[in-house]
Write a protein that binds this ligand. Structure first.
Ligand code: PXL
Length: 281
């Protein structure tokens, strides 16, 4: 059985980070080893959330895993709480990177041009440093702008602007760069990427649904990590993730009782599993 390590927080209520990554990756038939970086009562969009920092536990988890000689087919990082945590994550990468496994960095730190609570420019620059170790990075438009320290071009940024950002991001060192949450020319909504090895752009869109929600980046990154680990090539894995994320948003859009802080990703897990079958034929 394949095994993925994911390093991010537990938001007890919020349907993001580990409460998204663990069920999605497990449902895809992959063992999901977790490194919880913090425990929050909710994600940071609620007022008054609690935050228990687990930074001091992280190196001992890493050292124990090294001693046990655990090995991972992918390492996927999401929301990290501090610069110190990013430094520890770099040590996880050095300890567990293999020539044949993937490092996926989702620099989860901003949306709609604004950083999440508690982050600043120095944090963004440290996240930029982390991305140099990654095989694939998955920023949204806001995160890409913060990583490059440029003005946020807005959610309706043109494809030309997105491509310029991709080229700049690719210079940071990761093999593939993918900007998510992009409105494409044909009125679809999806991702645009750049392959630093073949020097080519790629993109894919699904129908636009007039709803934005929290946690969709985590749904995308988790299902992408799962599909990649299941053996799909990078572009197919990105497509599987984009289709699934779009179904989750649509499910919530149609459901008058959906919670206002995340999408119904649980209800669409059967769709995701069907999609794995469909793409493997
Ligand atoms: O979905 C990204 C995310 C993860 N973890 C925490 C968050 C957010 C987004 O707000 O607050 C704690």
């Amino acid at each position: 059985m394949k095994r993925v390590m994911t390093i991010q927080d537990i938001s007890c209520i919020g349907k993001c980070s580990l409460t998204v990554a663990l069920p999605i990756i497990s449902a895809m038939g992959i063992e999901c080893a977790i490194v919880p970086t913090a425990v929050l009562s909710t994600h940071t969009m609620f007022d008054g959330f609690t935050f228990r920092d687990l930074t001091d536990d992280l190196d001992s988890i890493r050292e124990h895993w090294l001693k046990e000689e655990f090995s991972f087919d992918a390492i996927y990082t999401g929301y990290l709480g501090s610069i110190r945590q990013i430094e520890i994550v770099q040590r996880f990468f050095s300890s567990f990177k293999r020539p044949d496994n993937y490092i996926i960095v989702d620099p989860a730190m901003a949306d709609n041009g604004k950083m999440y609570a508690g982050f600043d420019k120095d944090f963004a620059l440290k996240m930029t440093e982390l991305s140099a170790y990654a095989d694939i990075i998955l920023p949204n438009i806001s995160e890409a702008a913060f990583m490059l320290d440029i003005e946020y071009p807005g959610e309706n940024a043109s494809i030309e602007t997105i491509k310029e950002m991709l080229l700049k991001l690719s210079k940071l060192g990761s093999k593939k760069v993918v900007i998510t949450g992009v409105k494409l020319e044909d009125d679809t909504f999806g991702f645009v990427g750049y392959d630093n090895e073949t020097k080519s752009f790629f993109k894919y869109g699904t129908r636009q649904i007039p709803m934005r929600s929290h946690g969709t980046g985590d749904v995308f990154a988790s299902s992408f990590t799962g599909a990649l680990t299941r053996g799909f090539d990078i572009f197919t894995a990105l497509k599987i993730a984009a289709d699934y994320t779009s179904e989750c948003i649509n499910n919530s859009y149609k459901d008058p009782n959906h919670v206002n802080y995340a999408v119904n990703f649980e209800a669409e897990i059967p769709y995701l599993l069907e999609s794995l079958k469909r793409f493997s034929q």
